[in-house]
Ligand binder design. Structure first.
Ligand SMILES: [Zn+2]
Length: 382
């Protein structure tokens, strides 16, 4: 594979998730790879997923927007893809980056309904209208079309007015309140990692219980989408809350805080599991903000922010711009975050609940296609 192509696929991979808290749209991977009109190239190309990822970022005007990709198993052996692309699809499937199903049926629509996400498709989904009547509502189906500024997502229904966010379905809420277990060995979505003494135990990545994808319903029973096995309910799922990092008016990244695990945000948190802000900061902000600056803890439905920095931080109650209202947090001090409160690590460097900000504030988010070879791949309209 050409080096540039593999770098693009790596950039795309970083935007793939089946985590219900973070995914922002659902796509049938076998559909988008065939959008040959976008580049006039081969019948199928995995790199086209990058165009869709970019378009979704522009649609919500936000950086680092992840997509939930579902692929029928046949795509792994589809010879319209290069052998390297097939290998990448298989790896994404094995690592749980994408969801692979024996038959697609209406799984993409099911995921969208359970999670309250738009479906990224050119199909009108007419044949599923009886089962999923919401496909005729404005903004639920977004089609990738050629546009002057690069391919764009356009609502299939309505006049392109901004559609309000859709909540998870009641069934989705119920399914996502539980942890599920798949009887198939080494199930990356609903497994626990299997036998820790097995020589293969550490070779796969397993979805953490809080990030398990939504089960598929078959005859009313929660079922593993990949293995078709009936899932077992193994207990309550720890709650999660989604927060956004907003720097100078632009949402850079969303992240989930669960009751299971506090999250550290700072310039470069140690251990690699925190939220690293360094690459987005000005020199002055980099000097002020500690490597690990604040820690978010979710407990009993409340988010507590604890300062762990050298220079301290602040809370802006109700996202107030009034400096008089700003509450200072010194090292080791903590405070429960009100629904509309925003944490300020430095002027213009904020963290708050994602629901606070209706728009990501960036009409031209960074592209995953940055390394795309211009000869092999030419975006329409450039
Ligand atoms: Zn399974």
């Amino acid at each position: 594979m050409r080096f540039e192509v593999s770098k693009v696929l790596d950039a795309i991979e970083a935007r793939l998730t089946t985590d219900p808290a973070l995914a922002r749209g659902v796509v049938d991977l076998s559909e988008v790879v065939r959008y040959a009109d976008l580049d006039g190239g081969r019948p199928a190309s995995l790199v086209r997923l990058g165009l869709l990822v970019d378009a979704l970022g522009r649609y919500v005007a936000e950086e680092n927007v992840p997509v939930y990709a579902v692929a029928p198993r046949g795509l792994i052996s589809d010879t319209d893809l290069t052998s390297n692309e097939r290998m990448v699809v298989r790896r994404w499937a094995d690592d749980g980056k994408i969801e692979v199903v024996p038959q697609l049926d209406d799984r993409v629509l099911e995921v969208a309904e359970l999670l309250g996400l738009p479906v990224l498709t050119r199909d009108r989904e007419d044949h599923f209208r009886d089962r999923r009547p919401w496909v005729t509502e404005p903004g639920r189906l977004l089609a990738l079309v050629s546009n002057q500024g690069g391919p764009a997502l356009v609502a299939r229904v309505g006049r392109g007015e901004a559609a309000p966010p859709v909540p998870r379905s009641p069934l989705g809420e119920r399914l996502l309140a539980r942890v599920w277990s798949c009887p198939a060995p080494n199930c990356t979505s609903y497994g626990s990692g299997g036998d820790p003494d097995s020589p293969f135990a550490d070779m796969r990545t397993y979805a953490s219980p809080v990030a398990q994808p939504p089960p598929m319903l078959r005859a009313g029973a929660p079922t593993c989408p990949r293995h078709g096995e009936r899932l077992r309910d193994v207990g309550a799922r720890p709650a999660t809350e989604v927060l956004s990092v907003r720097i100078d008016g632009v949402i850079r990244q969303r992240f989930a805080v669960s009751e299971e695990k506090p999250v550290v945000v700072g310039r470069a948190p140690e251990g690699g599991s925190g939220i690293m802000l360094g690459q987005w900061l000005t020199d002055d902000a980099r000097k002020w903000i500690s490597r690990g600056h604040v820690q978010f803890i979710l407990r009993g439905g409340e988010i507590t922010v604890q300062d762990i920095s050298t220079n301290g931080s602040g809370i802006r109650p109700g996202n107030s711009a009034d400096d008089e209202a700003r509450i200072t947090l010194k090292r080791d001090e903590s405070r429960v975050l009100g629904a509309d409160d925003v944490v300020e690590l430095y002027a213009g460097v904020n963290v708050g609940r994602s629901a606070l900000w209706a728009t990501g504030g960036n009409v031209q988010p960074e592209s995953v296609m940055g390394e795309a070879p211009t000869m092999a791949f030419r975006p329409v309209g450039r």
